[in-house]
Design a protein around this ligand. Structure first.
Ligand code: T4K
Length: 383
């Protein structure tokens, strides 16, 4: 049985500063203001505006892809990618992911079929993916969990052998690499989230990035209701447009991305040193041969769900709003619980019961890392 989470609003006194997972990073106010001035001057607020274009170009250049199609959020970007790729029937996804990965398929009438993950990387296990393939399967969506790339080559090999489309949910992986190449150009398409809590944010936002010009053109049309001209609707599209104010936040945050990454890495290192002395909790270490944005500080509690949830409660009562992403695993959420499981998911269940995501980011000071790790140690010793 897991311990219920206390309501964060009821647990801390006014003197205790709350520490959040995913505290938004805000770039310089004067840069943002200069974009706001432009919005006022042009009176152009949304619908494929000039700042959105600037952001799309900047992201495409940074990632090294031919096309970036900015969207209102990562979930809609996933839905549009699924639709623009023509995925139908069944698509294989990890169960250990944010529920939006599966929802995007469901909303397009596609059945998510869950595959297991690798215990060390928390990304898809290629063997499990292959075992989950059926005659109905049309695609695979790999998730680059915590900014660590999926086993891209192995998944591409499976996709090629079975004639499946491969795409990636790269919501966590902006500015990360695989084989030294910036994530964004792999598979048929990759999808970023620029939500407030992400490494790079546009308040809400997301993007499809791809080297496939036709796919990008379809996604662009679908983002704007399918309009190919004033009166000509060629797809049953949706409204996935990014606003100018979101793009302005994006352009502002791009100016400080390196600083954010340095701050994230510093906090990550501080946790690594502090947690090294805490028996029973280990830190998930990114692949140091690759570039990572260090946005997520992920602990694994050896003893399992009960102890993990006690630690979580203890942290919340001290104003440390740690999270147990992605508990209990999408396949165990009521909305998907009745879906038949094609393959067993023992690693997903093991990891989902043990993960504890800790407040990270540049705004977390060394003394706050000590506050968090001391609270974890106390909670473990009290068990
Ligand atoms: N695929 C993957 C693998 C994803 O992780 C996500 C999103 C998606 C797809 C979908 O992308 P989007 O459609 O979201 O663009 C958060 C985010 O809402 C979500 O974007 C994210 N993944 C997921 C992992 O986490 P919650 O429910 O944890 O958010 P919330 O409101 O509890 O905020 C987290 C902490 O941040 C809280 O302690 C409060 C703090 N916070 C939050 C916001 C919004 C702030 O301090 N300021 C803020 O403005 O979902």
């Amino acid at each position: 049985m897991s311990t219920p989470r206390p309501d964060p609003d009821s647990v801390t006194g006014p003197s205790v500063e709350r520490l959040h997972v995913g505290r938004p990073n805000l770039g310089p106010r004067d840069v943002f203001d200069s974009y706001v001035d432009r919005i006022y001057a042009t009176n152009w607020l949304t619908n494929d505006g000039p700042i959105v274009h600037e952001l799309e170009t900047a992201i495409a250049n940074r990632v090294g892809v031919r096309n970036c199609v900015a969207m209102s959020n990562g979930t809609v970007a996933l839905e549009i990618a699924v639709r623009a790729l023509g995925l139908t029937g069944e698509v294989i996804v990890p169960s250990f992911t944010f529920v939006a990965t599966a929802h995007a398929l469901s909303w397009q009438g596609v059945t998510p079929v869950f595959a297991d993950i690798d215990e060390a990387t928390h990304c898809l296990d290629p063997q499990s993916v292959e075992a989950a393939i059926s005659p109905e399967t049309t695609g695979i969506i790999g998730v680059h969990t915590w900014g660590r790339a999926s086993p891209i080559e192995k998944l591409q090999n499976i996709a090629d052998r079975h004639g499946l489309a491969l795409m990636f949910d790269a919501a966590h992986a902006f500015d990360c690499t695989y084989g030294g190449h910036t994530i964004g150009g792999f598979g048929r398409a990759e999808v970023f989230s620029f939500h407030a809590t992400k490494f790079f944010n546009t308040f809400e936002g997301g993007a499809i990035v791809t080297n496939d010009d036709d796919l990008a053109a379809r996604a662009r049309l679908m983002r704007n209701f399918g309009f190919a001209g004033y009166d000509n609707v060629v797809y049953a599209g949706t409204n996935g447009k990014m606003t100018e104010i979101s793009a302005a936040m994006g352009m502002t945050n791009l100016t400080v991305l390196e600083d954010i990454k340095i701050g994230n890495a510093r906090t990550h290192d501080a946790y690594a040193a502090a947690l090294d002395k805490v028996a029973g909790v280990s830190l998930v270490v990114p692949d140091l041969a690759e570039r990572n944005n260090f946005q997520y500080v992920v602990g694994v509690v050896d003893a399992g769900a009960e102890v993990r949830d006690r630690i979580l409660s203890a942290l919340h009562s001290r104003g440390v709003l740690a999270r147990r992403y992605f508990w209990p695993g999408v396949h165990r959420m009521p909305v998907y619980a009745s879906s038949a499981l094609r393959v067993p998911l023992p690693v997903t269940e093991h990891i989902a019961d043990r993960v504890l995501v800790l407040p990270g980011g540049p705004s977390i000071a060394a003394r706050e890392v000590d506050r968090v790790t001391n609270a974890i140690e106390e909670a473990i010793n009290a068990v």
